[in-house]
Ligand binder design. Structure first.
Ligand SMILES: *[C@@H]1O[C@H](CO)[C@@H](O)[C@H](O)[C@H]1NC(C)=O
Ligand SMILES: *[C@@H]1O[C@H](CO)[C@@H](O)[C@H](O)[C@H]1NC(C)=O
Ligand SMILES: *[C@@H]1O[C@H](CO)[C@@H](O)[C@H](O)[C@H]1NC(C)=O
Length: 366
């Protein structure tokens, strides 16, 4: 009996999906290119809405993931990541499902990312902000099963192999994706560039919040000064967290958070979501094309994709937990081996969080 109820539920769900899709086709909007974070256009359906997005459901190297401190592999060959210090111009846009900062590619010199786990040179292209409607969720990546109120993601593309971001997105080793988890904290803990970014997003006379489809230029932003100062990170091979979920991203998750104030988070939560404007046929697969949106009354927050299975992918780090546990400086020759630290799982989780939250006691860029 339970089975038949389940069966009926499933059939009625399918019917309503196909009905909705047919209704949308009637409106002659390119709805197969439209996706959201809930309901029948939400993450569980991305791979079904559009055949070009099938990796969203079939892929086995997807992002985001839950980072289990006990499963981390220490790899002493991981160097610090290098990011150019200069500032570039760009523009902020409300893409309907989220906030995006896109670098103006005529702004030179471009900002390059090298080193760390990367074999190639990558050029900074874009940045996205994910946030929740309550303090317990918002980030895409989790640490030890814990979500953070927000996450900043920074994307660059491999300029040694590819000539555009969109080409790289479809190609092996195409994308580097930095993830910085965001905690609620005092403004004094913020990097000045992060404060600047927040002001750009949220200031403005009411109702001046960035509306869906709007763009706002930013004359200068230094990525290096925006990010928390740290040489430590966790890295794994994964995917785009929005359709088409291409598995071409090397993820680098910083071991230190950025801080957002309660007021800034509150302002973000006031941002409204957009949906495709029925008069246009322009909405494209991802956050990377120009929007033609109309405002809906719904809040934009909770724009995060749920955790994806790791499927035994290695998740490496250059944080040497053994030496920090002993409170000693790492002895290079003693830690050359890459090794699992599963046996210390509890201790490592504690240490990881100690490292993660140690930025409270460190100064930030002024
Ligand atoms: C980044 O690399 C490009 C070549 O790919 C170069 O033209 C540019 O000057 C570099 N940026 C910096 C800040 O060195
Ligand atoms: C969490 O969110 C609420 C508002 O939704 C706020 O009043 C509360 O102080 C927040 N603070 C923290 C640190 O979780
Ligand atoms: C630079 O940006 C413009 C406008 O966004 C785009 O049309 C062009 O293809 C970009 N050039 C490269 C090399 O990515």
């Amino acid at each position: 009996m339970v089975d038949s109820v389940r069966f009926r539920l499933r059939t009625s769900c399918c019917i309503s999906v196909s009905l909705a899709i047919r209704l949308q086709l009637l409106l002659s909007v390119s709805w197969e290119d439209w996706w959201t974070y809930e309901g029948i256009s939400g993450p569980a359906f991305w791979g079904l809405i559009n055949p070009e997005w099938s990796m969203c459901n079939r892929g086995r190297r997807q992002s985001p993931i839950n980072i289990e401190p006990s499963q981390l592999l220490f790899d002493p060959n991981l160097r610090p990541l290098h990011i150019d210090k200069n500032a570039v111009a760009g523009y902020l846009s409300n893409m309907g499902q989220g906030l995006i900062f896109t670098v103006d590619n005529s702004s030179k010199p471009s900002i390059n990312l090298t080193g760390g786990p990367l074999s190639y040179k990558y050029e900074w292209h874009q940045m996205a902000l994910h946030f929740g409607l309550n303090n317990q969720s918002g980030s895409e990546h989790m640490i030890a099963g814990r979500a953070f109120p927000a996450e900043l993601q920074v994307f660059g593309f491999n300029t040694q192999l590819y000539s555009t971001y969109s080409e790289a997105l479809e190609s092996p080793h195409g994308i580097v994706a930095l993830s910085v988890l965001i905690q609620i904290g005092d403004a004094s803990l913020q990097t000045t560039e992060f404060r600047l970014l927040m002001e750009h997003i949220t200031k403005i006379e009411r109702p001046g919040l960035l509306q869906p489809g709007q763009e706002r230029p930013m004359p200068a932003l230094s990525l290096k000064m925006l990010l928390p100062p740290t040489d430590y990170y966790i890295t794994y091979e994964g995917s785009a967290t929005t359709p088409a979920c291409q598995e071409t991203s090397t993820w680098i998750v910083f071991n230190r958070p950025l801080y957002i104030t309660e007021q800034q988070l509150y302002a973000l939560r006031g941002l409204k979501r957009g949906s495709p404007n029925p008069n246009h046929n322009q909405i494209k697969s991802s956050s990377f094309s120009s929007p033609s949106l109309s405002v809906t009354g719904d809040p934009m927050g909770n724009n995060y994709r749920p955790i994806q299975p790791t499927h035994h992918r290695p998740v490496r780090t250059n944080i040497d937990f053994t030496s920090s546990e002993r409170g000693e400086k790492a002895c290079a020759t003693m830690h050359r081996d890459m090794h699992y630290r599963g046996e210390f799982s509890f201790e490592i989780a504690k240490t990881f969080f100690a490292v993660f939250f140690s930025s409270r006691t460190h100064s930030v860029h002024k």
